[in-house]
Design a protein around this ligand. Structure first.
Ligand code: PEP
Ligand code: MN
Length: 338
């Protein structure tokens, strides 16, 4: 359920509504909007009676949210969410770009790539320290050493760090160096982990599971938001289909569909979505054309020798070409990229 209040509702009235919600064993969530202040309600809302709230001070309207996901939904919040970080916004008119290697491999590697990423004018560096790998014998990341290197690179180049967390125990370590915490496709439905990152103050980049529906992705975002973390960025990174010509099938349909049902920003990851180096550019452009708020792309100075995901990783030069094309495309879809 959702309670809409006048924008100038006094704090006393808002608190009275929130106290009533809590007394009825539900949880209130304040959601600022452009034309109204909203108090979203989660929990056993079927027990609530609309009229108990409709006539309280400053209340404009009481709305039942029909979707399974509530806080994530456009019904709950009409205007797009803009996730703010120290390195720029994600979800506004300006397209966001995150680039960097699949994994942090060594000091030399991450410093070299960070320098190139910075030169390209990109604001966020990606790089996994904890790597979820299909084979236990594959390179599984430098772990704490990788985080330390990310911390150093952040300081040296002033880049926002995006890195994955695999387990609740390592969240505090990741929080020390990350500007955005990534939840990978394989953990999209790790509900314990979602609950825990929901308590973090940092934005969460939530990647769509390998065989998750859009509704399941949105319900996973709801887990994070229900814990109080409203800074969620969704990511379409391809799904498993019968097609074997590409690593995954980048589901571009999902972008306008998510935009209709949710106010959260959405990024496209063409690297994992297509899995083939020379197909990254067309799918990156297609993602932006479909309405994505930005891109996350795997970039390495020596993709052939990358310790993970080399076949889908592009060079800084190839990334530069993509950015040039994005600059021309952006105004056509009412976006900016500078
Ligand atoms: C990654 O970003 O390197 C990664 C492992 O992504 P995904 O979880 O989408 O497979
Ligand atoms: Mn990868």
């Amino acid at each position: 359920m959702l309670i809409l209040l006048n924008l100038d509702a006094p704090r006393k009235s808002i608190d009275a509504i929130k106290a009533k919600i809590v007394s009825q064993n539900c949880q209130p969530h304040e959601i600022p909007g452009e034309s109204n202040l909203a108090v979203g309600i989660t929990g056993p809302t079927h027990t609530l009676v609309e009229d108990d709230y409709r006539f309280m001070d400053s209340v404009v309207e009481v709305v039942r949210v029909s979707k399974k996901y509530k806080l994530v939904s456009r019904q709950m919040k009409k205007n797009d969410t803009i996730v703010k970080t120290n390195f720029g916004d994600i979800g506004g008119k300006e397209l966001a770009v995150i680039a960097g290697p699949c994994s942090v491999e060594s000091r030399d590697q991450i410093f070299r790539i960070a320098e190139e990423v910075k030169k390209l004018g990109i604001k966020f560096l990606r790089g996994g320290a904890y790597k979820p790998r299909s084979s236990p014998y594959a390179f599984r990341g430098l772990k704490e050493e990788g985080l330390k290197l990310l911390g150093e690179v952040r300081k040296e180049f002033g880049l926002g760090i995006v890195t994955e967390v695999l387990s609740p125990e390592t969240i505090p370590l990741v929080e020390e160096v990350a500007d955005i915490i990534q939840i990978g496709a394989r953990n999209m439905q790790n509900f314990t982990l979602l609950d825990e990152v929901g308590k973090s103050k940092l934005p969460i980049l939530l990647k769509r599971g390998l065989s998750a529906t859009v509704e399941e992705l949105l319900l996973s975002a709801e887990y994070i938001m229900a814990q109080g973390n409203f800074n969620v960025i969704l990511c379409e990174r391809g799904i498993r289909t019968f097609e074997t010509a590409t690593r995954n099938t980048l589901d571009l349909n999902a972008i306008p569909v998510i935009k209709k049902h949710s106010h959260l920003p959405v990024l496209v990851d063409p690297s994992h979505g297509v899995g083939i180096r020379d197909k990254i550019q067309p799918m990156a452009l297609a993602g932006v054309a479909a309405g994505a708020d930005g891109l996350i792309i795997e970039v390495h100075h020596d993709p052939d020798n990358a310790l993970s995901d080399g076949t889908q990783t592009i060079t800084p030069e190839q990334m530069k070409n993509i950015l040039n094309k994005i600059k021309s495309l952006a105004p056509i879809v009412d976006r900016e990229y500078n």
